[in-house]
Every structure is written in C-alpha cells, then in structure tokens.
Design a binder for this molecule. Structure first.
Ligand code: SF4
Ligand code: SF4
Length: 298
C-alpha cells in the first residue's frame, strides 16, 4: 500500500483524546466549515502556508523567499514582507528558504508505513498506560482507505485506536473500513437545529444525526458524544436543551461538553483566514456550569 495522506500535525503525549498516553494524528481536509473551527488550517485538504509576520525582519534578511516565489505572491512594501494569498499556489518554495521560520508550509504527505513508524515508537508508553493512537483532523474519515490500512497496521502491532469525527461520513464505508479496527469513537455533536447547522457549519446536520444513531445501534465499542460549547452558537439554552432531548430520546448516555478555547484566533492571521466569529474570551465557570445544567435538565 503506497497511498499517502496529508497530515498537518502529530501530537505525542496527549491526554484529552482518549484513555492513557496517546499520540493524536491530525489529517487535513474537512467537509464542514464551522465558523469557530479550532483548527482552521485543517479545513483545506492540501498544504497551507503559515506566515508569522512577527518572525520576519526583511531589513536583516536577504529575502530569499521573494526570489523563490514564482507567482510574485511575495513583495516588499513599506519595509514589510507582504503575502498575497490570491496569488499563492502553496508550492512551499519560500518556506524552504526561510531560515527564521516566518514562512512555513504546514503538514506533509506521509505513507501508511511512514506514519506508523512515527507513532509506533511510543508503544511502550501506550502499553503502560492503556493509551494508543487517535486519528483527528480536519475530518480524518475523508481519507477512509488510508485510515483503514493505518488502523489495521496499528491493531496488528497491538496498538489501540480511537477516532475523533464530526460525523459527516458515508456510513457503509465507515462500518466496513474503520469500525472493525477501532476501539473508541469520539463523535462531535454541535447543533441540533438543521437551519442553524447550515448557517454555522455549511451543512445540514441530518446525515450527522443519522450516523450517530446508526453507530450507537450497531457499534460494539464505546461511542462518546462530545459537544463543543461555542458561546452564542452551540452554547445556547435552546441548542443544548434540544441536544439533551435528542440524546435522552435515543438513550445515548456517554456525553461530555468541551468548553470554548479562544486560542485558535491566533491562527487566523497566520493562515490569512477571514471569519466573522471572533469570540476572544474563555468561558467562566458559571457559564460552563449553566451549559451542563441545560444538558442535564432537559
Ligand atoms: S526569508 Fe523569511 S525572514 Fe527573510 S524576508 Fe522572507 S519571510 Fe522574512
Ligand atoms: S508558497 Fe509558493 S507561491 Fe506561495 S508565497 Fe511561497 S513561494 Fe510563493
């Protein structure tokens, strides 16, 4: 098998993405476009160019990046380097010559064997703590065939597997290619109202809700629902009470809430992403408790 997947991060020693010590692999590409996406660089399926202007000092640099750029996306204006993302084709030549890491191409193509080698070195820690490998994203199920091979290899090596999904996948392929090789599923449930889902994620939530119900009916492994608490979007009484009713009606009990983390806002400038939603405060304990009350009271 020599297919490759575009991976934008591999985080070792994580603890929030499943039991024990884990390595989480972030796959590029997502069918949704949530207005609060914590990993906006993971939405596009190909490479993403990161530019940190604070690391770039053109006066002290021979500016090899400008020479390397064939599309003229990089220019010097008012003694500052300017990046015109409309012209950029993400070739990565500029990043390869920027020794200050002001320009970086995020992610890389890895084969199943290459990725396996990267994660399997931590097997002793997985074994000692009941941990393993979690596939995340983006939406990792967009690369289902690759994941199938990857999970099969992990299981053959005695490494436990988990997945984080937004639920937007073809159920038949998921059940055939991934389910037999998984030990745990984290399933994001964001919005219960279809119109709100279309408005804030770009897609109807119907396939997501259907997939959740089908999974909880047939999966012999834990399916844990996670609800991201996004102020004024998902963290509203109406949405949380609606989700709670839906879960109760279908006897889904393994549920947790993920409080909002505004640190993703730093990424907007770095990746030249323009979104309207820019809530910059962490949630207070009182706000989080109110959300939990809504989920428990309905
Ligand atoms: S090579 Fe790097 S530091 Fe130098 S001008 Fe280009 S981006 Fe800035
Ligand atoms: S990634 Fe390529 S096209 Fe984009 S700015 Fe760098 S060199 Fe130019």
């Amino acid at each position: 098998m020599d297919s490759k997947a575009y991976i934008f991060d591999i985080k070792r020693n994580t603890s929030e993405d499943g039991p024990g010590i884990r390595t989480t692999v972030f796959f590029k590409g997502c069918p949704l476009s949530c207005s609060w996406c914590q990993n906006p660089e993971g939405i596009a399926s190909g490479p993403s160019l990161s530019f940190r202007a604070e690391l770039c000092h053109p006066d002290d640099c021979e500016r090899p990046c400008i020479k390397a750029c064939k599309t003229k996306a990089l220019t010097l204006r008012d003694r500052q380097l300017r990046l015109d993302r409309e012209r950029c084709d993400q070739c990565g030549r500029c990043a390869a010559v920027c020794s200050r890491h002001a320009l970086e191409q995020v992610g890389q193509w890895l084969s199943v064997d290459e990725l396996f080698y990267r994660v399997a070195i931590d097997k002793p820690f997985f074994d000692a703590t009941g941990g393993g490998v979690t596939a995340s994203g983006g939406e990792c199920t967009m690369q289902m065939s690759f994941l199938h091979e990857f999970f099969k290899k992990l299981k053959a090596a005695g490494i436990r597997t988990a997945i984080e999904t937004n639920g937007m996948f073809n159920f038949g392929r998921f059940a055939r290619l991934l389910l037999p090789w998984l030990d745990l599923i984290y399933f994001d449930l964001k919005l219960i109202d279809e119109a709100a889902s279309i408005q804030h994620t770009g897609h109807s939530n119907r396939p997501i809700l259907d997939n959740l119900l089908r999974l909880t009916e047939c999966a012999e492994i834990p399916v844990k629902v996670r609800i991201p608490l996004i102020p004024n979007i998902t963290a509203t009484d109406e949405n949380l009470c609606g989700i709670a009713r839906f879960l109760r009606e279908h006897r889904i009990k393994q549920v947790s809430a993920l409080p909002y983390n505004p640190l993703w806002l730093d990424k907007l400038q770095r990746f030249g992403i323009d979104v309207e939603y820019r809530h910059s405060a962490f949630m207070s304990d009182t706000e989080i408790e109110h959300c939990i009350d809504c989920l428990q009271a309905s």
